[in-house]
Unconditional design. Sequence first.
Lengths: 157, 116
Amino acid sequence: MSAPGNGSRRTLAELSVPSEPGNERRAMEEVAGTVEALGLPDRTLERLKTAVAEATMNAMEHGNRYRGEAPVFIEVSATDAELSVKITDEGTGPPVFDPQTPDLEAKLDGEQTPRGWGLFLIKSMVDEMNVTGDERHHTVELILHLNGRAEGGARWP
Amino acid sequence: MAVKHLEVGVRREPGGTVLDLRGEINGFAEGALDAAYTEAEKGNRDPILLNFEGVDYINSTGIALIVGLLARARAAKRDLSAYGLSEHYVEIFNITRLSDFVSVFPDEQSAMEIAN
């Protein structure tokens, strides 16, 4: 979802990774390489990498059920104002994320499972997260606002 | 990109038992992490220090494994500390509130000084 007046959207890369355990790391490194020219501050880049890894892992696990022949597609695009990473799997029905907000004390007391951090981490790492789906695909879109985020910018010290 | 499976060394020091972690903390790490922690807690009540200097990737499943270790430490009333985390993973420890329960230090020396 682009803000008006931010210039045309440029597709920076279209990638895919097989749905095999551990491939979320490959996805995050490929996205990091793709956005290198944007000059994101290190902290922002690390946050983006974590969000991409978690969204890709969710897509491989819940959307594609770790079927190696079912790839996760990743589209990276940007306007002057924002960077978008769309992560699409072949799942049907509503996308699966643990809806419970993780509560560490509840987890330590056995009232919540120790897992369930993925969605929380994604939301904490990017400015916006949009989830869409139809009968054949789920897409999670991660958005970073770029204004003020150039290397040395004031928004993220 | 090949997964760097976690390797864990167990090292007894006067100030506590150090788990030297090397590789990735993800779903593949569960066996190595649990075995090393079990070895570390044998026969003593010393603090356990997690050395993350050799770790370059932790995902949400890895966070869950660390929560599991913390639950074991709390049940045994044992101190659990961490050092050597990158700036990014210190932030993750903060936002997940792990750092409310696991003392985080920049290096082994400062962790040992507090432990002693």
